[in-house]
Design a protein around this ligand. Structure first.
Ligand code: C2O
Ligand code: CU
Ligand code: CU
Length: 464
């Protein structure tokens, strides 16, 4: 039973009340870490097809309470899609919600009409398919709605899932890769519940500015769950799936771990860390050696996220490679131009370059295959970040110097954390998919900011 795994020894019983001090009457369900199922595709004419129902549902966050949620093939969140570089896929979403939605592949390098951004609306009872050839290296990506003005609420209700891209190289690396056993998805979120245990998404104007944050933390939709791990290396694919909260994950001051991947690629070598900060939308793959029970914590709040209990069996992977990959980096000297994105406000709303998102306006036209420097400026006293669709960029400078780029950021990225009053430069190259009509988006991934207008659009245009 549960006592055998040392709940008391971890102080778990004591912690759960402080975690949910706003809802003392609600008892979090003691649950094992939910592992989203790997969705079974069907193969038809060489195409790997997935079908996903987006639906209203009920989920058990608290003992004896049914909480109204949204889910994808599930009561909360969605299944994991496993894709392989080079294969043709068709991901069909059926919208069974009473409202419109979209489904965007965050981190996926796909044509603009397959991006699932604000223009690929799926009305109630309609289907929409993302059809493409997987055209990117191994990475941990995710899917979530992107409907204008409604992204924050729909993600908050439970719409998000993981996409794992694998390739020849990742399959051949001696790293943990048995899904659900030593390679686990870790979707971090925080959520506000009302006194009856229902999800409460009702940001005030001030909470839109600050980002909607709450003090109940979820991993894969469970409150402080536990995971039984074998002795040995455990790989966590960590996604900050929160609307606005920045997490700094850690196993405590004296336990180090290794980061092996950023948003869109492996790091060249594993980076030894004690803590790692992830802003909303960012991913990191980390490996930690389980030789005793561990607690994954958020260092910003000192709260527990996930309990890892060592079981007696021996793990599958016992040593790590020193070299993970060789990255084909862009050259700063090839940069053709600089584009500047200032995260600011306009008439009381969140904006970029003093413009509020307008889905009928193309803000930037980016010639295909040109290397560009995108300079991102956060002049405000608040946290932002910056996400670019379709591309995988390299961070080359923070606050005016290359030396401020952290070792753990030196892989390909699609989302960059922008602390208050900071600047960054990233190298960008739009590699394929010229389409002069249909745009992609860039935006702050604090979802309240995105919905409020801190978003813009670009097309990838031919280069002549
Ligand atoms: Cu994760 Cu444009 O979004
Ligand atoms: Cu995206
Ligand atoms: Cu922001």
């Amino acid at each position: 039973g549960i006592m055998g795994y040392g709940w008391m020894g971890h102080g778990w019983m004591g912690r759960r009340h402080s975690t949910n001090s706003n809802i003392l009457s609600l008892k979090p369900k003691k649950s094992p870490l939910p592992i989203p199922k790997l969705l079974d595709p069907i193969i038809e004419n060489g195409i790997k097809k997935f079908h996903l129902n987006i639906q209203e549902s009920h989920h058990t966050f608290f003992e004896n309470i049914n909480t109204k949620t949204y889910g994808i093939e599930s009561t909360y969140l969605g299944p994991t899609l496993l894709l392989r570089q080079g294969e043709s896929v068709e991901i069909e979403y059926k919208n069974n919600l009473p409202e419109a939605t979209t489904m965007h592949g965050h981190g996926m390098h796909v044509p603009a009409i397959m991006d699932g951004g604000v223009h690929q609306v799926i009305n109630p009872n309609q289907c929409w398919s993302a059809k493409y050839t997987v055209n990117q290296p191994a990475s941990t990506c995710w899917y979530h709605p992107h409907l204008m003005g409604k992204t924050a609420e729909q993600v908050y209700m439970g719409l998000a899932g993981m996409i794992i891209v694998e390739d020849e190289e990742s399959k051949n690396l001696n790293i943990p890769q048995t899904y659900g056993v030593d390679d686990i998805p870790v979707v971090l979120q925080d959520k506000k519940f009302d006194s009856s245990g229902q999800i409460d998404y009702s940001p005030t104007r001030m909470e839109i500015k600050r980002g909607y944050k709450a003090n109940t933390f979820l991993v894969n939709g469970a409150i402080e769950p536990y995971f039984n791990a074998k002795t040995g290396w455990l790989r966590l694919r960590v996604l900050n799936g929160a609307n606005a909260r920045v997490f700094t994950i850690s196993f405590g001051l004296f336990k180090s771990f290794y980061q092996i991947a950023t948003d869109n690629s492996f790091l060249e070598q594993p980076i030894k860390l004690n803590s790692l900060t992830l802003s909303p939308g960012e991913r990191a793959e980390i490996v930690v050696y389980v030789d005793r029970d561990l607690v994954l914590q958020d260092r910003n709040t000192s709260k527990s996220l996930l309990y890892i209990f060592k079981d007696e069996s021996i793990g599958l992977v016992d040593s790590l490679p020193t070299q993970l990959t060789n990255l084909e980096r862009l050259n700063i000297h090839d940069a053709k131009r600089v584009r500047r994105f200032v995260l600011n406000m306009r008439r009381g709303h969140m904006a970029i370059n003093s413009k509020i998102m307008n889905k009928n306006r193309i803000d930037e036209r980016v010639p295909v295959n040109d290397v560009e420097i995108w300079e991102i400026i956060n002049p405000m006293h608040m946290v932002h970040n910056f996400h670019i669709h379709a591309t995988h960029f390299e961070i080359i400078e923070r606050n005016g110097s290359a030396r401020n780029v952290l070792p753990s950021e030196r892989g390909f990225k699609d989302t960059i954390y922008m602390p208050p009053r900071s600047t960054a430069k990233v190298l960008v190259k739009m590699k394929d998919y010229v389409d002069e009509v249909h745009p992609y988006m860039y935006h702050c991934h604090i979802l309240e900011h995105e919905d409020d207008g801190m978003m813009g659009q670009f097309t990838v245009v031919s280069n002549s």
